[in-house]
Each structure stands twice: as C-alpha cells, then as structure tokens.
Write a protein that binds this ligand. Structure first.
Ligand SMILES: Nc1ncnc2c1ncn2[C@@H]1O[C@H](COP(=O)(O)OP(=O)(O)O)[C@@H](O)[C@H]1O
Ligand SMILES: O=C(COP(=O)(O)O)[C@@H](O)CO
Length: 588
C-alpha cells in the first residue's frame, strides 16, 4: 500500500520535489522533470530518459555523469507529456544532439515522438532508441513490440557511458540499439501494487502462486503458477532467458536481479547466487552484475532477471564509471555545479479577435467540456477497473486529469474580454489535456480536441458542414497519431463507427443534433462489441486473453463522452450551428 501523501493527485510531483531536495548535488528540477545539476561538457550528447513515476530509481535516480543527462517525469505510471519531454530536452542539450530513450509503451512513444519532431524542427538533432527487453510481452520475431522493463538500465548505462566518453550521436545511438537487441528480461510477481489513494491493488496473485511475465505498471502477469522454491525460480528465469538469446550471443553476460518494490535485498541476493551458478554451469561468464532495486513498480512484490549479452565494445561502456543518486560505479572526476537558466518565457499568444459566432460556439465548447468532465468523474472508478483487467488501471485517473486541465484552460481563455473563438478554446483545452494527462489517451484526446478546434476556426458563421468537418478532423487526428486499425481493440473501434454514423445521417439530411445522437448510439454499441476483440495495440496487447470478454476502456470512455455530449446538445441542437447571438448560418 502506498500511504504517505497529502493528496494522491500530487503524489508524483511532491515525491519528485523531495527527491531533488535530497539530491541537489546531482539533479536540478526543471519544468517537466530533472536535469543534471553539474556541468555537462559542451558538445556532449544529451541522453534524455523518462517515463511515468512510480519506478524509482528509474528514471530520475539515473541522472548523473556517466548515465542520463536528464529525465522527463510523468505522473504515476503515465508517460510524461510531449511538452515536458521537449522542455527537459531543451535544457539538457549541450550542443551534441539528444538521444531519447525509454520503455516501449504507447503513451511514451506518442509523447516522446511528438517532442522529437519539435526538437528536430528547431534544429536540435534528436534520435530515439526504445527499450524492448521483456520477453513475456511478445515473441522474439516481434521484438520491436516488446515492452521495456529492467533492461532500461543496460541501454541507458551504455548510451550514457558512450556519451560521457565523447562519442557522437550516431555512435551513441548505434550502441544503445545494439544494447537493446542484446538485452532480455523476464519478471515474476507475488502480489500487485497499489496506486496512491487507491483502495485495492491493480491486480492480485492467488495465494501460494506466482504470476509470470508481469508488467511494471501493475499489469498482471501472463500466467499464474504455484509458488516455486528459490532454486526452481532461478532455473525458470535462467532457462527462459537462455532460450531467447540473440544469435550472436557470445559467452559474457551482465546479469541483473531487479527487485520490483517489496522483495527484500536478502531474498534478491539469495536468488542471485543461484542464478549465477546456473549461468556459470551454462558456460557463461557473468560480468559486473547488479542486484537491487533498479526499475520498480511502487509496492509490487516481484522481481525480474535481465541478461545483457556483451561484446567487447558494450563491455567497455557497461564497466565505465557512473555517478547518479541511485547508481554508482567506479570513480569519476567531480564536476562543478552549473547555473541553469530559468525556463524560457512562453511567447505571448497572438491576441485574437473572435467573431461573435466563433465566440458563441466557444462558450458552447466550454459548456460541453464541463459535461465531458462530469461524465468522466462519474465513471472514473469504473474506467480504472476496466483498465486494470489487462492494463495499468489508470485510464479513469488519466482522463480525469486531462479533462480537469482542459476545462480550467478553456474557462480561463473564455474569460478574456470578448471571449475566445471556438478554435482558441479547443486549442488551449487540447494542449492542457495532453500536458496534464500524459499517457496514451492524453496524447490522443489532446491532439483530437485541438484538431476539432482548428477545423471550426474563427468564422463569421457556422453551418452543419463545419460540425461534420470537426468530427472528421477529430477522428483523423486520432488515427494519424495512434495508427490503430479497426479491430485492434482501442478507442478507434468506437470512434470510426461514431464518425461513419454521423456522416451517414448528416449527408442524408439529418440535422446535426440528431446525427450526433445516432453517432453516439453507434459508438456505444461498438464500444460494447470491443469485448469480443483481442487487443493488438496499447498496454493491454500482451494480456490479450485476460482482456477477452471485457470492453476496451478507451472505447468505453469515448462512447460515454459522445453520449453525454449528444444528450446535452439534443434539446438545444440549433445552438450548434446557429450560435447566439449571431443568428446566421444553416439551421440544425
Ligand atoms: N494506438 C492507439 N490508437 C488509439 N487508441 C489507443 C491506442 N493505444 C491505446 N489506445 C487507447 O488508449 C486506452 C488507454 O488509455 P490510457 O489508460 O491513457 O493509456 P496507457 O495505456 O498509456 O495508460 C486504451 O483503452 C485504448 O482505447
Ligand atoms: O507508465 C509509463 C508509460 O506508460 P503509458 O501509460 O503508455 O503512458 C512509463 O512508466 C513507462 O516508461
């Protein structure tokens, strides 16, 4: 149970503040995460790592000379937002380019990916290496689909050491890729973990059993097994990892026994001893192993074994010194403290002159966002429970965080003299949604809300055609960014039927409000049908069997929101296309 907090919603931020206070010689707080507080030699490649909070020492604890330059820190088990990654990387950049490295999770991929585009567009050369070490999450021939667990450490360590040695971005990237392809991990859990403020763990393991192939965000394991002895456990982990070794494996390996939260060090050491004997018996030489808590999952009772198959070059960088709050190796000359520039002032937004029609539609957008928040709050727990079946249980929390921020930002924009256009209202709302929620749904909802706003623009009048364009833009933003196909078991399986039903009804001459009602009904039925699907995208993919029989949480939340918006609009449907006070445009 995670029990030390004032307000669960502030847990990640306050924990990070305290971590920085306790480690000022290593790290400084910046908007979005932490960076080294010591000098970074000019021209050195900046290794920017990151992910959700709740995994300490990943990721902030691994910032320091010889390892990461900075870490973007998201909320509990939710990726940092694109803006956070961008701001952290800007501060970390020392003129040698940026390597972004993080575990392969949909939310991280979306947000870090957007930050990379922005950094490159500004002339800061930025590359990405995903960590995909978890052998339980996909077969070897689909290694790129595997998720990242304790193998984060080997990839970050070798990339960080290469950057410290002055290698250029091409070489640091090359070594990080090679390390990832030669790293394999497998984890087991004896009990689940509990998000701060939650009453129950995200999953539990039947008494006397162990769950094999767990995730590090409270995703349950792939299968449950009777609790083995330590020797049997060592044998299981070693044999499964050896069966998955790379083609050009060699005989020298790094072994990492990683505690996930509540397994005692004595137990980890006991297991490590047995693992090392098995590796030696298999003809392998274990090089500079690690045994301790390196990538955790709150208070999860569990552990993992990681093997990195070394070659000469990787061994050199694995053995190189590093000095971070949580990982120290060898000796590094001490570094001077550096003065960090404060965050760059945001450029003042252009002052817009909203048309009366766009301002009236903007007011309606604020009202509708309030409705969206209400329905998310009403269903927050249910969405969390649904997400915990095969995911990380944070869908309700994430949606709530996003929509709360969106409503606040929209209200603030609308409070300007003369109000704000619907384009501006939805743009600030979408930005705030993505920034505050992080995670997969934060990125997708944020960009979709912005896209709908841009489609509506700041016009003199609005017609039903504009509503249809907004529905299309909202849908296209999600499919373009998330790249999910129908049948992948994502929110797209409710979104596409929604769009199609809306456009079919509208094109046949049905008024906007009634088209919306038909679309919401179609989304609800489609969300229910996702229970029959196996997830092919997102967090739930490795746990396809567990997900069968339960609808996709993102599809369900989308359908709930569509239904609420439609119900709110129906009685006043004309306001959609004929907003007061401008009595112009087509009738709904
Ligand atoms: N590539 C994708 N495209 C569209 N929706 C997706 C995609 N991947 C996941 N999702 C949706 O995101 C939902 C989970 O959202 P959230 O809990 O925020 O994500 P995370 O898994 O990052 O914690 C899933 O139920 C699914 O509907
Ligand atoms: O939680 C993490 C990211 O997951 P998403 O939910 O996909 O945002 C992070 O801890 C893994 O690095």
């Amino acid at each position: 149970m995670t029990q030390i907090f004032d307000n669960p919603a502030d847990f990640a931020d306050e924990a990070l503040d305290g971590f920085v206070a306790a480690n000022r010689g290593y790290v400084a707080r910046v908007d979005g995460g932490v960076v080294r507080s010591t000098e970074v030699p000019a021209g050195q490649v900046a290794l920017v790592v990151g992910g959700g909070s709740g995994h300490y020492p990943a990721f902030a604890g691994l910032v320091g000379p010889g390892l990461a330059t900075a870490s973007a820190c998201g909320n509990m088990f939710a990726s940092p937002a694109a803006g956070q990654v961008y701001r952290v990387a800007k501060v970390a950049n020392a003129g040698g380019g940026v390597l972004l490295s993080y575990g392969n999770y949909a939310g991280d991929v979306l947000h870090f990916g957007q930050a990379q585009l922005r950094l490159n567009a500004e002339g800061i050369e930025t590359r990405t290496v995903l960590v995909t070490d978890d052998i339980a999450s996909a077969p070897l021939d689909q290694i790129e689909k595997r998720r990242g667990i304790a193998g984060d450490l080997t990839v970050f360590k070798i990339a960080g050491a290469a950057a410290e040695a002055g290698l250029n971005l091409d070489d640091v990237e090359r070594l990080a890729i090679r390390t990832n392809y030669r790293t394999r991990s497998l984890g087991v859990a004896f009990d689940g973990c509990t998000l701060p403020g939650a009453e129950a763990p995200l999953f539990s393991v039947p008494p006397g059993h162990m769950s094999l192939g767990l995730g590090i965000h409270g995703e349950p394991g792939i299968s449950d097994h009777p609790m083995p002895t330590a020797s049997e456990l060592a044998d299981l982990l070693v044999s499964k990892l050896l069966a998955d070794k790379p083609d050009d494996a060699g005989t020298r390996v790094v072994a990492i026994v990683n505690g996930l939260g509540t397994v005692k060090y004595d137990e980890l050491f006991l297991l490590y001893g047995k693992i090392e004997k098995l590796l030696t018996a298999a003809g392998l030489t274990v090089v500079e192993p690690e045994c301790g808590e390196l990538v955790t999952s709150l208070d999860m009772s569990g552990l993992s074994l990681t093997l990195l198959w070394l070659d000469e070059e990787l061994e050199q960088y694995w053995a190189a010194p590093a000095d971070t709050p949580a990982f120290r190796k060898g000796n590094l000359a001490s570094r001077a403290r550096r003065e960090l520039a404060g965050p760059e002032a945001e450029e003042a937004a252009d002052v817009e002159r909203p048309t009366p029609a766009a301002a009236a539609l903007g007011r309606l957008a604020v009202e509708l966002l309030g409705q969206v928040r209400d329905v998310v709050v009403e269903h927050e727990e249910e969405l969390g429970r649904l997400d915990a079946i095969a995911g990380d249980g944070d869908h309700g929390i994430g949606m709530r965080r996003g929509v709360d921020a969106a409503v606040a930002a929209a209200r603030q924009a609308a409070a300007n003299d003369g109000g704000a256009s619907v384009a501006r209202i939805l743009t600030v709302a979408g930005e705030a949604w993505s920034e505050r929620a992080g995670g997969t749904s934060g990125a997708l909802w944020g960009s979709a809300v912005i896209a709908a706003g841009l489609a509506l623009g700041n016009r003199d009048s609005y017609s039903g055609e504009d509503a249809a364009a907004a529905v299309t833009a909202f849908t296209d933003a999600i499919t373009a960014l998330g790249k999910a196909e129908p049948g992948d078991k994502t929110m797209v399986d409710a979104l596409l039927p929604f769009r199609d039903a809306f456009l079919t009804a509208f094109d046949a001459g049905t008024p906007v409000a009634a088209s919306l009602a038909a679309a919401a009904a179609s989304a609800t039925a489609a969300a229910d049908r996702t229970a029959e699907l196996r997830p092919l995208k997102g967090r739930a993919r490795p746990l396809a069997e567990k997900s069968l029989g339960h609808p996709d949480p993102g599809a369900v939340s989308f359908a709930l929101i569509a239904t609420r918006i439609s119900a709110h609009i129906s009685p006043t449907g004309t306001r959609l296309v004929n907003p007061e006070p401008a009595e112009q445009g087509a009738q709904a």
